[in-house]
Design a protein around this ligand. Structure first.
Ligand code: ATP
Ligand code: MG
Length: 651
C-alpha cells in the first residue's frame, strides 16, 4: 500500500527556530541525562518541589504494578502550588485571569489564591472532614472550583471532580463509587450565555427516595443567583461559611503516596474507571512536564489551557502543573462560541496569551468556522501551541501552525492518559523537529515500546497498524489503581503483557522510518479489513484532508465478506454544498489515493454532528453500535444523546 498511482505530499518536518531553541527550558542533554540514570533524573525533577521531609528512595517497584515513588518523602501539594510562591515574594503576581462566560472577570494573585484556599481548608476542617475522606466537586470553571481542589489537597482529602455537564445519574454513580462525604457545587452555571441550574442536579442525584448514603453536606457557591431548592442542615452557602472562615491556615505535610484525587476516564471505550493518583510522583511529573514541554517562564508567560477541570488535562495542566510552576494563566468559564466564534481569539489578544493548549476537536471546529475569524485578531503574543486528547490530523496541525501560530510557534502534540497522570510522549519544543500528526518521542525519563501480539517490538516503518503502545518502565505520575477495583486495574492494564510487566495503554501505534511515534487511536478502533489492519485515525486524516470536510469519524463495522468494512461519518466545512453521491465518490477517491484502495470506505454518511464525550472525543464505539444496529452501550459521558439517535434515524 498504496497501490494506485499516488502523489502524497512529502511530510515536511518543522524544526524549532534557532531563536526559540536558544531560549528553551530544555535541551537535548535532558535525554542523555535521563538515559544515563533514570532514578537520579527523577530525583532531580522531584527536587523542583518543596519537600517537608526528604525522600530516601526514588522508586519502590517491589509491589508492582502498584508503585511507590519518592519513598519516605513528605510534602503538601497545595503548599507547593500556592504558599511557597507567596513566601518567595511573588504574592502580587497574577495566578488567574478569570473570564466568566457572560463577560465578568476576576483577577486573583497568588496571595488572593492563598487566602481563598486557606479559608476553604479551614471551613472543610470545621465540617469535620479528615485526611483520606473523599469530596466530590461538581462545578463550572470558576476560581472556587480550583480553590476547592487545592483545599482538599491541602488537607489530604481526596477529590473527585465530576464534569459539571454530566447528568445527575453520572454524578450519583461517581459519588457512590467514591463514598464522598461532601459535594461542592454552584447554584447554577452559564451555558451559551444563559444561566442553567446545577445544584438541582445534585439534589436529583443524592436526594429523592434513595438518598446517597455517604453524603453529609452540600456546599454551594452562588454563581448565577437563580433560586435554588434548599435542604436545611445538609446544604450550606459558601458565602455564609467559607468566606467567613479565617484566611490563616498552616499546611501539614503528607506522605508522598497519600491519595490526591480520583478521576473517572472519559468513557470512550467502556464504563468509566475511577483512576487513583497520589501526591509526590504525580506532582513531580505534572510540574516537570509543564515546565519543559510548554517551555514555561514564570512571571513572563501568559498560559492558557482550554480544558475543563472535569478531566485530567484540567487537573494536571490548569491546576497542579501550572500552579506548582508559578504560572500566570487564563481560566475561561464558557464555550468557545459564546457570545460568538471570536471568543477565544479575543481572549488571546486581550490577555496577551503566549502559550495555548487545546484539543484537536476544537482546532477542527475553528477550521470549520473559517480562518477569517482568527485572522481578525492580533495573535502575535502566541509563542507555543499544544494539543491533547486525540491524534491530530496533519491537515489540522498545519492549519493550527500557520493560522494561529503565524508559522512561528512550535506545536507540542502531547500523548498521555488519565491513567498516566501527565504527559508521556511529546516533542520538546526547543529540540524536536516535529512532524504534523506525530507525538514524536517519549519525554526524557519515560520509556515506551511498540510491540505486536507476542510482545515483539514492531519494526520501524511498518505500514500495517498492528502495534500496541506499551510503557515498559514505571513513571512517577502513574495511576496507583482503579478505586475499589484492583482486579479491574490489573486486568485492564497489566494482564495483556503480564510476563513482560508492560503497562498496556490500549492504544495502537507505530514508529515511522525515522523512529517518530504515530499514535493510531484505541486498539478497539484499529480495523481489520480482509486481514489488513488499518487505523481509523489514518482514514479520518485522509478525509479531513479533503477541502469539503471539517471533521470525520471512521469505524470498522462487521461485514460478511471482509470481516470489517470501513464506515465513515463526515461533517462538512461551513459553506460547502453537499452534492450527495458526487461528493461521496470524491471522498472515497481521496482515501483510496492517500492510503490505498483497501481503505476506501464502504459507506460514507454526511452528518451534522458526531457523538462526543464531554471532553470532546468522538465515541466511536457508539457509532459502531449505530452502524451495526445494536443497542447503545454506556452513554453516561455523551454530550448529547440526541446526536446518536439522529444518526440512527438518518442512516
Ligand atoms: P476511556 O479510557 O474511558 O475510554 P479515554 O481514554 O478517552 O476514556 P482519557 O484518559 O482522557 O480517556 O484519554 C486518553 C486517550 O486519549 C489516549 O489513550 C489516546 O487514545 C488519546 N490521546 C490523548 N492524547 C493523544 C495524542 N496527543 N495523540 C493521540 N491520541 C491521544
Ligand atoms: Mg482510556
Amino acid at each position: 500500500m498504496p497501490t494506485e498511482a499516488t502523489e502524497k505530499p512529502v511530510l515536511a518536518a518543522y524544526p524549532p527556530s534557532a531563536e526559540f531553541a536558544a531560549q528553551a527550558n530544555g535541551g537535548a542533554e535532558l535525554y542523555s541525562e535521563a538515559d544515563s540514570d533514570r532514578d537520579a533524573f527523577w530525583a532531580k525533577q522531584a527536587a523542583r518541589l518543596h519537600w517537608h521531609e526528604p525522600f530516601n528512595q526514588v522508586l519502590d517497584w517491589s509491589e508492582a504494578p502498584v508503585a511507590k515513588w519518592f519513598v519516605g518523602g513528605k510534602l503538601n501539594v497545595a503548599y507547593n502550588c500556592v504558599d511557597r510562591h507567596v513566601e518567595a515574594g511573588y504574592g502580587d503576581q497574577v495566578a488567574i485571569h478569570w473570564v466568566g462566560e457572560p463577560g465578568d472577570t476576576r483577577t486573583l494573585t497568588y496571595s488572593d489564591l492563598l487566602s481563598l484556599v486557606s479559608k476553604t481548608a479551614n471551613y472543610l476542617s470545621e465540617l469535620g472532614l479528615q485526611a483520606g475522606d473523599r469530596v466530590a466537586i461538581y462545578m463550572p470553571m470558576i476560581p472556587e472550583a480550583i480553590a476547592s481542589m487545592l483545599a482538599c489537597a491541602r488537607l489530604g482529602l481526596t477529590h473527585s471532580v465530576v464534569f459539571a455537564g454530566f447528568s445527575s445519574s453520572a454524578l450519583r454513580s461517581r459519588i457512590d463509587d467514591a463514598e464522598a462525604k461532601l459535594v461542592i457545587t454552584t447554584d447554577g452555571q452559564f451555558r451559551r450565555g444563559k444561566p442553567a441550574p446545577l445544584k438541582a442536579a445534585v439534589d436529583e442525584a443524592i436526594g429523592g427516595d434513595t438518598p446517597a448514603p455517604s453524603v453529609e453536606h452540600v456546599l454551594v457557591v452562588r454563581r448565577t443567583g437563580e433560586d435554588t431548592p434548599w435542604q436545611a442542615g445538609r446544604d450550606l452557602w459558601w458565602h455564609e461559611t467559607v468566606e467567613k472562615a479565617s484566611s490563616e491556615h498552616t499546611a501539614e505535610a503528607f506522605d508522598s503516596e497519600h491519595p490526591l484525587f480520583l478521576l473517572y476516564t472519559s468513557g470512550t471505550t467502556g464504563k468509566p474507571k475511577g483512576i487513583l493518583h497520589t501526591s509526590g510522583g504525580y506532582l513531580t511529573q505534572a510540574s516537570y512536564t509543564h515546565h519543559y514541554v510548554f517551555d514555561h517562564k514564570p512571571g513572563e508567560d501568559v498560559y492558557w489551557c482550554t480544558a475543563d477541570i472535569g478531566w485530567v488535562t484540567g487537573h494536571s495542566y490548569i491546576v497542579y502543573g501550572p500552579l506548582s510552576n508559578r504560572t500566570t494563566q487564563v481560566v475561561y468559564e464558557g464555550t468557545p462560541n459564546s457570545p460568538n466564534e471570536h471568543r477565544h481569539f479575543e481572549i488571546i489578544e486581550n490577555h496577551g496569551v503566549t502559550i495555548y493548549y487545546t484539543a484537536p476537536t476544537l482546532i477542527r471546529t475553528f477550521m470549520k468556522w473559517g480562518r477569517e475569524i482568527p485572522d481578525a485578531h492580533n495573535l502575535s503574543s502566541l509563542r507555543l501551541l499544544g494539543t491533547v486528547g486525540e491524534p491530530i490530523n496533519p491537515e489540522a496541525w498545519r492549519w493550527y501552525h500557520s493560522v494561529l501560530g503565524g508559522g512561528r510557534c512550535p506545536i507540542v502534540d502531547t500523548w498521555w492518559q488519565t491513567e498516566t497522570g501527565a504527559i508521556m510522549i511529546s516533542p520538546l519544543p526547543g529540540v524536536t523537529e516535529c512532524k504534523p500528526g506525530s507525538a514524536m518521542a517519549p519525554l526524557p525519563g519515560i520509556s515506551m515500546q511498540i510491540v505486536d501480539d507476542e510482545a515483539h517490538p514492531v519494526a520501524r516503518g511498518a505500514t500495517e497498524a498492528n502495534g500496541y503502545l506499551v510503557i515498559d518502565q514505571p513513571w512517577p505520575a502513574m495511576l496507583r489503581g482503579i478505586w475499589g477495583d484492583m482486579q479491574r486495574f490489573k486486568d485492564t492494564y497489566w494482564s495483556r503483557f503480564a510476563e513482560q510487566g508492560y503497562y498496556f495503554a490500549g492504544d495502537g501505534a507505530k514508529f515511522d522510518e525515522d523512529g517518530a511515534v504515530w499514535v493510531l487511536g484505541r486498539v478497539d478502533d484499529v480495523m481489520n479489513i480482509s486481514g489488513h489492519r488499518i487505523s481509523t485515525a489514518e482514514v479520518e486524516s485522509a478525509l479531513v484532508g479533503h477541502d469539503a470536510v471539517a471533521e470525520s469519524a471512521v469505524i470498522g463495522a462487521t461485514d460478511a465478506t471482509t470481516g470489517q468494512a470501513i464506515v465513515a461519518f463526515v461533517i462538512l466545512r461551513q459553506g460547502v454544498v453537499n452534492t450527495g453521491d458526487e461528493l461521496v465518490a470524491d471522498l472515497r477517491a481521496t482515501v483510496s489515493r492517500d492510503i490505498g484502495p483497501i481503505a476506501k470506505p464502504r459507506d460514507i454518511y454526511i452528518v451534522p454532528e458526531l457523538p462526543k464525550t464531554r471532553s470532546g472525543k468522538i465515541m466511536r464505539r457508539l457509532l459502531r453500535d449505530v452502524a451495526e444496529g445494536r443497542q447503545l452501550g454506556d452513554t453516561s459521558t455523551l454530550v448529547d444523546p440526541g446526536v446518536v439517535e439522529s444518526l440512527r434515524g438518518g442512516k
